[in-house]
Design a protein around this ligand. Structure first.
Ligand code: ZN
Length: 252
């Protein structure tokens, strides 16, 4: 079997734009106490799907590890995981009965994981009756249960459903970040903010896409590490050192 972190890298490679747009969000997910019990993931279908997948993986990780984790859950195909239940439309609708079948069985604890994830894909296709039914579960979920609703049309969801969910956007407006980026100015800057690191990484990523040179990929990855350090404990000096080393390597 492929090493587990590979699935992350595969997500990244499959859609590199998605990977970096997900950053701030998956980092929140890593500190899962920041996540509620019901999440609406909104974005274009493939990005929302990728984020739904990434969040599910994190939520069922048995070690609460990062993307290099090799626990049983992280090594397993997430869409086939016993504690990830996916609900998909049938004939462009998700009906009450389909939800009922799943939700009636959610009082069992998860088999492997700390959580049981119910992932409703294309949630805007839930009928009103299905949404009303869902609402009851959203009101008093068992502590281990997390709902993920992926959609590109959250406006189609009932206000009562939305008000009980945390909204995550699968495509923050970060696309222009690489433009006019000056790395030397970046290193001279006093403050190394998370936003600045994301800009840096976007910039590295745009070079990587054009040149397909592995050291640019390493720079992009360094951005990821730096972001985590700053996010976790504000370790700006360490983050800067990581980025500086990777940057110098690119320019050798
Ligand atoms: Zn794990």
């Amino acid at each position: 079997m492929a090493p587990p972190y590979l699935s992350w890298i595969l997500i990244a490679m499959k859609n590199s734009d998605t990977y970096l747009s997900l950053w701030p969000l998956t980092d929140q997910a890593w500190q899962t106490s920041h996540l509620g019990h019901a999440l609406i993931v909104e974005g274009n279908p493939s990005k929302a799907y990728d984020l739904g997948l990434a969040l599910s993986r994190q939520l069922v990780c048995e070690a609460q590890g990062d993307r290099t984790c090799s626990c049983r859950s992280c090594s397993h195909e997430i869409t086939q995981h016993p504690d990830v239940m996916r609900i998909q439309p049938e004939k462009e609708r998700i009906r009450r009965q389909a939800l009922q079948m799943i939700l009636q069985n959610v009082n069992r604890p998860p088999l492997w994981s700390p959580r049981l994830v119910i992932w409703i894909e294309e949630a805007h296709r839930l009928t009103d009756a299905a949404q009303s039914y869902l609402l009851k579960s959203l009101e008093e979920p068992p502590s281990f249960l997390v709902f993920i609703l992926t959609t590109d049309q959250s406006h189609a969801l009932l206000a009562t459903v939305k008000s009980r969910c945390q909204l995550l956007r699968a495509e923050p407006d970060l696309l222009d970040l690489a433009k006019d980026f000056d790395p030397e100015q970046f290193f001279q800057g006093k403050e190394l903010t998370r936003d600045a690191i994301i800009r840096f990484s976007y910039w590295a990523r745009s070079f990587y896409r054009h040149r397909q040179n592995p050291s640019w990929l390493a720079l992009w990855e360094a951005g990821y590490q730096a972001y985590r350090h700053v996010n976790a404990n504000g370790a700006q000096e360490l983050a800067k050192e990581i980025l500086r080393n990777a940057y110098d390597h690119v320019h050798q």
